[in-house]
Design a protein around this ligand. Sequence first.
Ligand SMILES: Cc1cc2nc3c(=O)[nH]c(=O)nc-3n(C[C@H](O)[C@H](O)[C@H](O)COP(=O)(O)O)c2cc1C
Length: 164
Amino acid sequence: MPIQHASASRLSMTDALTILHGSSTGNARRLAERLAQEASLRGIPANTDCLSHFDCAQLAAIRRLTVVIGTWGDGEPPDAAKGFCSRLFAGEVPSLEHMEFAVLALGDSCFRSFCGCGVKVDECLARHGARRLLACRKLDAKYHHDFLHWKEEFLGLPLPARTT
Ligand SMILES: Cc1cc2nc3c(=O)[nH]c(=O)nc-3n(C[C@H](O)[C@H](O)[C@H](O)COP(=O)(O)O)c2cc1C
């Protein structure tokens, strides 16, 4: 099954899994793409796209969301995710009670605000009614092993019921 790299307006909302990434140097993007590829290999229809293309209004139609996001500055979003984060943090999102989610937060524990942006995204999605499937997973600089472990756990979850 092919992975779809679509601009937001073409994201297929009927897919079982939507994976959005916010990345500056490509770490979060690569993990998002790997996750989408593995999901597709397992027969789980998955979309992946950059948060810079994403309109928060589209959250209303997503059933299962994964956000893979780095942290920059001192707990700040990467540039690609600034628009999304400012709207989410300000509460400018629809009700998310229909949605399930998991956040994969990338960072470096040398920094004071370790994975601060991903943690905030996780908290905001839950505050707006989305159901947390897994606790926010913080990935440190050497994340390969932890990512593989998280991926198995996440892709092993039962799929959401089809609503469309
Ligand atoms: C200038 C700079 C600032 C950073 N600030 C933070 C930070 O505040 N907190 C954190 O956990 N990681 C921080 N990091 C680490 C990045 O989040 C980490 O390298 C991550 O894997 C980057 O993912 P990306 O390439 O997808 O953006 C910083 C890295 C750099 C180079």
